[in-house]
Design a binder for this molecule. Structure first.
Ligand code: ADP
Ligand code: GLC
Length: 485
């Protein structure tokens, strides 16, 4: 198969900088494309964690100030297990502690337009004849609003074909009009079919309008975002560009997320050795201060606590948990009211509900392994990785039928048990009642040990390796190139 040269631009990459699934995808997808023989390089900001991880990174290009608001910068090269990284070094913009998008006060960094404007501008530059690297990729692949604006420069000035992937359409990167000139975008770009969106400069809209091809992270979400209810204002544009829009389901990293070798677990286990999973439940109950109950299922949550994820519904049901009966363990952070609500619930139901606020990678693994059932009542979920981790860990997910959740979780019923596809619980609709009913169904199913084992094993057999997605992206790149010529 002919390979393609690709620049993959991202604002986060696990394990160094991760706020959610984009970090996981930006680590695993380029690695899979690299293994498949493609010439792929990953561009990302030189955040403090990358300075620490790659002290030997060497400067490969000096970049002059590319626009009135964009400072001069450098590109450093490093390698992560053979995968080439290009680190965009500009200390005033990227060398700051904490989250890549928000400061300690929880508010967006005030210069995000400049920080991600520069990242986008440099992604585009590398795709142009003027690339200072002596390397010019066939395709510039950008991700979410933080890099989407690259497609605008490639469109107006020429260069590589561009692919923009939407991981979450709710975040669009909209800024005041003067930034157009400050970032060095041509005046001609200020049009409804250019970078302008309701009087603002929208990074994501610009990418969706001007990229050669668009993808999103599941087939269902590709359909949903063409609908007003899910498109966050961009549905008409996506309907207009539907021929260019593809849904490619994310994969998961089968080495990092493997219950037989996961170093974070109390006891390793596999589909044919599921009895050992119980030791992980007991260890998790102990770690989180839950009663060591064996007569009720333990529901688990690892999540950003935001409106998207639907955990407000779970909170509303919290008081009734002992009625199921069930236990609940939550790891997450985000919305302050949800954080406070879950803390109060844990205080009210000690031994039954445990909450840890914050981001804790290894506890996330122990919850995947120690919980019996994993809750994702998301209102929308472009792909979702945790339901796939749960399936692999024999922890059947309970989900709302949306986006990637609808594409990966098959509800338990007679027909799906017969054809061995049943692997979790799907809410009948988006209501709190439907969540409660699905939790009741899961609790009853859990009490039937043989039934539960079948559901667990069906899930553990699913193949979510990146191999399939990497093939689909290779096809998408070729398609983008053909359209670009
Ligand atoms: P999203 O990107 O919308 O947050 P995904 O399911 O795609 O949702 O990915 C979330 C990723 O972030 C998963 O790898 C999940 O384990 C991780 N994660 C989310 N919250 C936490 C947390 N509080 N601690 C550790 N990992 C977390
Ligand atoms: C976003 C989405 C999530 C998806 C992830 C990686 O953060 O919310 O559903 O899995 O990106 O594509």
């Amino acid at each position: 198969m002919k390979t393609t040269s690709i620049l993959f631009a991202t604002s986060e990459m696990a394990p160094w900088v991760k706020t959610g699934g984009l970090g996981d995808v930006a680590a695993a997808l380029p690695a899979a494309l690299h293994r498949a023989g493609n010439d792929i390089r990953v561009l990302l900001p030189h955040y403090p964690a990358l300075r620490q991880a790659f002290p030997q990174a060497t400067a490969v290009a000096e970049l002059p100030a590319l626009a009135p608001a964009l400072p001069a910068a450098r590109l450093l090269a490093a390698e992560a297990d053979g995968l080439p990284l290009l680190l965009l070094d500009c200390p005033p913009l990227y060398d700051r502690p904490g989250n890549p998008y928000v400061g300690a006060d929880g508010l967006d960094w005030p210069d995000n337009a400049i920080r991600f404007g520069l990242l986008s501008r440099v992604a585009a530059l590398l795709g142009q004849a003027a690339s200072p690297l002596g390397w010019q990729p066939d395709v510039v692949h950008v991700n979410d609003w933080q890099t989407a604006l690259a497609a605008a420069w490639l469109h107006y000035e020429g260069g590589a074909a561009s692919v923009v992937t939407v991981h979450n359409i709710a975040f669009q990167g909209c800024f005041e009009e003067p930034l157009r000139a400050a970032l060095g975008l041509p005046e001609a770009a200020w049009r409804f079919d250019g970078v302008e969106y309701h009087g603002l400069l929208s990074f994501l809209k610009a990418g969706l309008q001007l990229a050669t091809r668009i993808s999103t992270v599941s087939p269902s979400y590709a359909r949903e975002i063409q609908d007003e209810a899910f498109g966050y204002g961009l549905a008409p544009l996506l309907r207009h560009r539907r021929e260019a829009l593809h849904g490619i389901l994310n994969g998961i990293d089968p080495v990092l997320w493997n219950p037989t070798t996961d170093p974070a677990l109390a006891a390793p286990y596999a589909a044919n050795r599921l009895a050992a999973k119980r030791a992980n439940k007991l260890a998790l109950q102990q770690e989180m201060g839950l009663d060591p109950a064996t007569d009720r299922p333990l529901f688990g949550v690892v999540s950003r606590l935001t409106e998207q994820k639907g955990h407000d519904m779970l909170l509303a049901l919290g008081d009734a948990l002992p009625e199921l009966p069930a236990q609940l363990v939550i790891l997450g952070s985000g919305d302050k009211a949800l954080e406070a609500g879950f803390l109060a619930l844990a205080e009210k139901l000690p031994g039954q509900v445990a909450v840890k606020l914050g981001f804790d990678e290894t506890l996330a693994h122990r919850i995947e392994a120690g919980a019996d059932c994993f809750l994702m009542p998301s209102r929308f979920e472009p792909c979702g990785l945790n339901q796939m981790y749960s399936l692999r860990y024999g922890t059947p997910p309970l989900v709302q039928a949306t986006g990637g959740l609808a594409d990966t979780v098959v509800d338990v019923n007679e027909a799906t048990l017969a054809d061995k596809t049943a692997n979790g619980f799907v809410m009948a609709d988006g209501s709190t009642d439907a969540l409660w009913q699905a939790m009741q169904r899961a609790t009853i199913a859990w009490l039937d040990k043989r039934l539960w084992l079948r559901i667990q094993q069906n899930g553990m057999r699913c193949d979510f390796s990146w191999h399939h997605a990497a093939n689909d992206y290779s096809r998408l790149y070729r398609d983008a190139l053909a359209a670009h010529r």
